[in-house]
Write a protein that binds this ligand. Structure first.
Ligand code: HEC
Ligand code: HEC
Ligand code: HEC
Length: 206
């Protein structure tokens, strides 16, 4: 049980970069006793020195989740190298939506080169937000790279207001939290990206 917990932790990180198959392979490797020290990836992020980063980014940079004594540690692709050419969001992470829209990345729609995405341009405004601004859920941003079946009927019944979403559920990894905090931007530091509609504003206003 202990072992699978450790593997689980590493899997989460590796998954972000390379998918579960490689993740499982890397997690299965054993650490070698003597390894030359590897260059510290945390001294700079892209071109930005750590001292100038958003506090959220600095906190995550300090959180060492890789096993640095693993001989293959130095062979892992560095996220900051891979994303150096991308715009950053307000928290200092790569802005994946901007990268997609600008063509900086061009993910394939499927195995076949002929596959296309089924893009839906429909915003749903969610108003059960207490004092917080309302949430605008943009179908367009999501269906540029996700299929309807990734969200319907699980985790979301496709009917406005039909899902009992709350922040505690999201932080537990349910609803929006199935992807946000995992492969999509971090919930805790980016309230305003979801809660983007001031209360009392018209539905069409962004
Ligand atoms: C990934 C999108 C997302 C992010 C980021 C996000 N929220 Fe939410 N939040 C929601 C959704 C969706 C609801 C439910 C709205 C509904 O059902 O009408 C919600 C509901 C809420 C509610 C009312 C319900 C409850 O759980 O109390 C509060 C308060 C709230 N959010 C605060 C925050 C704060 C504070 C942050 C930042 C720390 C934040 N949210 C970040 C999506 C988000
Ligand atoms: C990333 C997740 C996600 C994807 C992908 C997605 N949806 Fe949705 N959809 C939602 C959410 C969230 C709601 C709002 C649910 C709520 O208000 O409780 C919704 C609501 C809907 C609604 C109800 C709108 C209304 O006004 O009642 C329809 C219809 C719908 N989606 C169709 C689709 C179709 C068709 C696709 C694919 C082209 C799709 N959705 C892809 C998350 C998604
Ligand atoms: C199936 C996975 C998935 C679910 C579920 C999901 N999202 Fe996302 N969302 C993404 C991905 C992937 C992106 C793009 C990557 C990023 O911006 O980090 C994204 C981006 C966004 C953006 C930025 C859009 C833009 O154009 O800048 C908002 C806002 C957002 N999501 C809100 C929500 C809310 C609110 C919910 C829950 C009601 C939700 N998402 C549920 C995967 C998901």
């Amino acid at each position: 049980m202990l072992r699978s917990k450790r593997i689980g932790l590493r899997l989460v990180t590796v998954l972000l970069l390379s998918g579960s198959a490689l993740g499982a392979a890397v997690a299965g490797l054993k650490a070698a006793p003597s390894v030359a020290p590897v260059e510290d990836a945390r001294t700079a992020v892209g071109e930005t020195p750590v001292a100038e980063l958003h506090p959220a980014r600095v906190a995550l940079e300090r959180n060492r989740i890789y096993d640095e004594s693993n001989p293959d540690f130095s062979r892992l692709q560095r996220i900051d190298d891979a994303t150096r050419h991308m715009k950053r969001d307000a928290v200092g992470f790569p802005d994946w939506m901007a990268a997609l829209r600008s063509g900086a990345i061009a993910p394939r729609a499927g195995h076949s080169p002929a596959a296309t995405m089924n893009v839906l341009d429909l915003d749903v405004t969610m108003k059960n937000t207490k004092e917080m601004p309302h949430v605008r859920f943009p179908h367009q941003s999501h269906t540029l790279w996700l299929d309807c079946s990734n969200c319907h009927p699980v985790p979301f019944i496709p009917k406005a207001g039909a899902n009992p979403i709350s922040m505690s559920e999201i932080f537990r990894g349910r609803y929006c939290g199935m992807c946000h905090d995992r492969v999509a931007f971090i919930t805790f530091f980016s309230c305003d990206r979801c809660h983007s509609v001031p209360q009392g504003a018209s539905l069409n206003q962004r």
